[in-house]
Design a protein around this ligand. Structure first.
Ligand code: ADP
Ligand code: MG
Length: 324
């Protein structure tokens, strides 16, 4: 068990007086991190930020974190629970390696769902390589906030989107320490003024497994996950590892998508990167291989509705709707 998991486990039996339930029951522990001064940083969600309530929780957490576990300090940010649109579903798009087409698949899936009349919100949570703004031609967008610090998502073609790209200056790599991650996810999941109509949230994750995946559990407990891979042995191998790691974090993996599976000319299929990597990952994780996607022209990232790849994405979207 990691340090962070141990802290979580120790504090989850604390009663939140604003709901008279344990933090475990309310799923109130939204983030736990450790900063460079060996202080524990937390985000705790409560029904009511009444001073008496938050002080009581702070006391009990400090006792465990400082006295029992020996950390230098503890900083707690309290947030008020708000009712979320219950009908919307969340799909996490994960991969082992970077560059396998996670973002491309996310964007095309968003378009396929939109073409079926669904309202989609994309959360670009790939903090190390956010590129959804590029794909949707939205790099000039500037995030606007309202007076309460809530942000408005970018919207185009009836698809809404937020990206970590908007939180940093252009061309500057986003160097985030653990505690920042939870804050960004909180901003995107809870402090973004999404349309009430959103049917599906698609979350473009960073490659691999890690803090983001752990924190995600706190924001969308019901979310399901797909794993994107390419046919290569090396990509499949790492995708399997990521799949197992996701399962260890109790993420519900519903299928595998193989991207860049083949190149088609005149009805002839060329398996440039080899064959069956996706199938291998799906078999290993005991889930369905949901789609095998063609290599397409790099100038056209979003497939047209009537193109072969557009039709494949439509079928993929239908399958995913059933599985969510
Ligand atoms: N099916 C495909 N055919 C051709 N190029 C693709 C395909 N899928 C992705 N790409 C290209 O590969 C690169 C990596 O894709 P991207 O979606 O950014 O991967 P990831 O999000 O997994 O890092 C991009 O330049 C993208 O345009
Ligand atoms: Mg990406």
């Amino acid at each position: 068990m990691s340090e962070i998991e141990i802290i979580k486990q120790k504090i989850e039996e604390i009663i939140d007086p604003s709901s008279e339930k344990t933090l475990k029951e309310t799923n109130g522990i939204k983030h736990v991190g450790i900063d460079e001064n060996n202080s524990v940083i937390m985000i705790i969600e409560v029904n009511d930020k009444d001073n008496n309530f938050t002080k009581q929780i702070t006391r009990e957490i400090a006792k465990i974190v400082k006295l029992d576990l020996g950390y230098a300090g503890v900083k707690i940010e309290f947030t008020k629970r708000k009712l979320r649109n219950k009908k919307s579903k969340t799909l996490l798009i994960a991969s082992g390696k970077g560059g396998v087409g996670k973002s491309t698949v996310t964007a095309n899936l968003a378009y396929a769902l939109m073409r079926m009349g669904k309202k989609v919100g994309i959360i670009d949570a790939d903090i190390y390589g956010a590129n959804m703004p590029k794909i949707l031609h939205a790099t000039n967008h500037v995030l606007m906030g309202d007076k309460d610090g809530k942000i408005y998502p970018f919207e185009k073609d009836n698809i809404q989107m937020v990206s970590t790209e908007y939180l940093v200056e252009e061309k500057r790599a986003l160097m985030l320490r653990g505690p920042m991650l939870g804050k960004i996810l909180k901003l995107f999941f809870e402090d973004t003024l999404w349309s009430e109509e959103i049917d599906y949230f698609l979350v473009d994750l960073p490659p691999g497994t890690g803090d983001v995946m752990m924190d995600l559990k706190n924001f969308s407990e019901e979310a399901k996950m797909v794993i994107v891979t390419t046919p290569q042995e090396s990509a499949a191998h790492i995708a399997i590892k990521a799949g197992y790691a996701a399962k260890d974090l109790s993420q519900d993996v519903i299928g595998v998508i193989e991207n860049m599976s083949y190149y088609e000319v005149n009805n002839e299929f060329h398996y440039i990167f080899g064959k069956d990597g996706g199938k291998k990952v799906a078999d290993e994780l005991l889930v369905e291989l949901l789609a095998t996607l063609p290599i397409t022209n790099y100038e056209k990232i979003i497939c047209d509705e009537t193109d072969m790849c557009g039709i494949i994405y439509l079928n993929l979207a239908k399958k995913i709707i059933k599985l969510l």
